[in-house]
Design a protein around this ligand. Structure first.
Ligand code: ADP
Length: 272
């Protein structure tokens, strides 16, 4: 069950979302920047402790899907929310333009392969949703092929969920103006130029089409077993605080525990 906090961001199953009506600068879930940053730090530490138990117990996995337009802060979220987790037990998978081998398979093949095994937190930087977002906007597949993918994705995620994977999907919602600021920084700052790709400007021209494609995906693929959350993301600190709290709560709900000794008794075992 989503908490009161998570309910502020969740997309109810089948509910229509108007992204234009969600303010990317909304920070009303927090009492200012300092409080939000302190909360994020505490939640990140709690996530680390829970992740250790998740790994030790090996019963469940957590899949965190990060989607958003260019510059929406997907990498920054990974850094901020999972910064205290050790590399054991956390796997980040970026999804780029499919390779020839990936293209030769069905679109979920590479995704299924990257899904976290029990005990692992898997983070998708982009995901199978690209197959109903960029593929739709840039008309890389026929409309009827894209149309049936929403239900295929729901079935796929249901299967993962039935097999022990808790799924959280975050759409990082930034404004067009904020994207312009971030793109300008990428063009001018030598430390960020490597992140700039001229094709980002082509996608920017298709902003409205992307927003419409997101709205469809959010409406059709937010389910009880794999909910979507729309996270106002113009302010990094508000974005990080929202996501870290929702991730922490999901892990707390899974309530992983250290397993007891298996086949031996700590009272009788003596280490000399
Ligand atoms: P980043 O995620 O940091 O922007 P890139 O600049 O390499 O990384 O961008 C990855 C690109 O791959 C994006 O433009 C994205 O839309 C594209 N992409 C991801 N999945 C697919 C897919 N299934 N079909 C076509 N393009 C895809």
């Amino acid at each position: 069950m989503p908490s009161q906090f998570a309910k502020k961001f969740i997309v109810g199953p089948g509910k229509a979302v108007s992204l234009a009506k969600i303010d990317p600068r909304d920070d009303s879930a927090f009492k200012g920047k300092d409080q939000a940053k302190a909360q994020t730090q505490k939640d990140a530490e709690a996530i680390d402790a829970l992740q250790d138990k998740l790994y030790a117990e090996g019963k469940h996995s957590l899949l965190v899907v990060l989607q958003g337009i260019d510059c929406s802060g997907k990498d920054g979220t990974v850094r901020a929310v999972f910064n205290t987790c050790g590399p054991i037990g956390v796997e980040v998978t970026p999804f780029k333009v499919p390779s020839p081998e990936e293209r030769a398979h069905d679109y979920l093949w590479r995704v299924h392969e990257a899904c976290p095994e029990k005990g692992i937190i898997g983070i998708f930087n982009r995901s199978h949703y690209e197959d109903v977002l960029v593929v739709k906007v840039r008309k890389l597949a026929k409309p009827d092929v894209i149309e049936r993918r929403y239900e295929e994705i729901n079935q796929f995620e249901k299967m993962l969920s039935d097999n022990g994977t808790r799924i959280l999907k975050f759409m990082l919602h930034i404004s067009k103006a904020e994207q312009a600021e971030r793109l300008k920084e990428r063009v001018t700052d030598p430390a960020k130029q490597w992140k700039f790709n001229p094709s980002d400007l082509e996608d920017r021209k298709l902003w409205n089409d992307y927003m419409a494609a997101y709205e469809t995906a959010l409406r059709r693929c937010s389910t009880a077993h794999a909910p979507w959350y729309v996270i106002p993301a113009d302010r990094n600190w508000a974005r990080n605080a929202a996501i870290s709290r929702i991730v922490r709560e999901a892990l707390e709900e899974l309530a992983p525990k250290y397993p007891p000794p298996d086949g031996w008794d700590p009272k009788t075992v003596v280490v000399k």
